[in-house]
Design a protein around this ligand. Sequence first.
Ligand code: 5GP
Length: 185
Amino acid sequence: MPNSRLYVLAGPSGVGKGTVVNALRKMYPQVKVAVSATTRAPRPGERDGIDYYFLSEERFDKLLAADGFLEWAQVHGRARYGTLRSEVEEHSSRGEDVILEIDLAGARQIRRTHPDAHFIFLLPPSQQALEERLRGRGTEDDAEVARRLETAKIELAAAKEFEHQLINDHPEQAARELAALMGIA
Ligand code: 5GP
């Protein structure tokens, strides 16, 4: 990957990774974010190829068998999510930096395969704020919120593994800090 840097943004579900990345893209349209593949169903308003590549279990299996993923994980014990090699290579071949917005298990895989990548962990201002955000989103039922909070506890305990930690108090502020880390601010 000549001159192309890989940034891994991890953090628990509900911490606002998507919101921060969207704020970053608004400020710096040149920022490239890899669109992940997932086997979960689209939420209302989500678009295939933009928010995710929504794949069937069979299609995901085929891509896995063909070594099509840079990393993948089963998140919250349910759906599978993964970073497509093709998605990252498209940008890196042009020398563009790419951000991966992925879970902890995925970040650990990237650390093994791409030790030169930059690892950033997004933290909520508090545990309570995280819970409120997960419930307030209204897209998951109570059982799913509980499952995500359990995963969040495990993920938060791993924040120290990351070279950078950002607190998402205000998405625009966190996006500016991320831009500064990436050297684009
Ligand atoms: P959601 O279902 O809310 O869109 O995403 C759930 C979690 O899946 C997010 O917290 C995110 O970290 C993780 N995720 C999204 N895309 C990927 C991916 O490509 N790889 C991995 N390992 N995790 C992902």
